[in-house]
Design a protein around this ligand. Sequence first.
Ligand code: AMP
Ligand code: MG
Length: 347
Amino acid sequence: MRVKPLIVLGIETSCDETGVAIYDSRQGLLADCLYSQVEIHAKYGGVIPELASRDHIRKTLPLIKQALAAAGITQSALDGVAYTAGPGLIGALLVGAAIGRALGMGLNVPTIGVHHMEGHLLAPMLEPDPPAFPFVALLVSGGHTQLVRVDGIGRYEILGESLDDAAGEAFDKVGKMLGLPYPGGPRVEELARSGRPGQFDFPRPMTNRPGLDFSFSGLKTFVRNTIAQHSDSEGALQQQTRADIARAFEEAVVATLAIKCRRALQHTGLNSLILAGGVSANIRLRKELEKTVGKANGRLFYAQARFCTDNGAMIAYAGCQRLLAGQHDDLSIQARPRWSLESLPAL
Ligand code: AMP
Ligand code: MG
């Protein structure tokens, strides 16, 4: 059977980025537009859900128009609409879901609600040399830290995940403790560059017992105590000490993630590892994981930087694959703040 090629609009509004993209199953990505709300939330030190929803309302339709113009097509060329249905902030998800669903209905094309983490773990498929199934995926974002065995689209087995803070969340909280603006991840990385090795030795949580789960909240407390011990009577740290602490923290998170990835490759017998989610922008993490897969005679895959954080392209791609396989939603608007990756239907 020949499958009809599709042009799919993808809408991402699960958290603090409005992403809209257009993916063509024959030609690849036609347009990709992103608006980040980071500045809105920065002054509060974290994402304020109500402000996020309101801003998605302002930005989604203009971004759809912008994406159509960038692709050089009109709405009538669309064969389907994909939107992030979860997991994420309920109000934020509802904006993309309502707009996506309404657009699908108005254009009389099928609509599909995409799992945000499926979008992330398929993002490396947008690259010119994509990984082949099966592989192990490390998803490290602001809200999730998961190791997943991927045998195909919708064939996911969670091998391990964070029992408390996600890796990105730990970076953001430590950033805050070190007086850095939100989001802390990239700032901690920057500060860590001037940190000296071996000044502090932070724990690698849950690595001295078997298993593939993570826990970063104890490490965060360890950092807080270290900062308290080295602060002067005014609660201030010397600049070099701040950098040394940032470095030791980054090294501890990266070493922990690398140890668990090595175990996951051993456990599954696979040697392809894909790295996805916002924290995958971290250079020390990429370098360490390159070494890990090198030792397993394997390969590390990751998406280009703009597809590592939240974006519409990964949603358009994932939705397109599901629509090509004949899947689509009924007329209801899907928005699921919690949604298990393992519950998705296989293609
Ligand atoms: P996401 O949840 O996928 O949108 O990714 C956002 C998360 O990634 C936030 O927690 C950021 O602090 C984190 N992040 C982004 N860049 C870096 C980096 N270079 N190093 C560590 N964490 C990062
Ligand atoms: Mg985000």
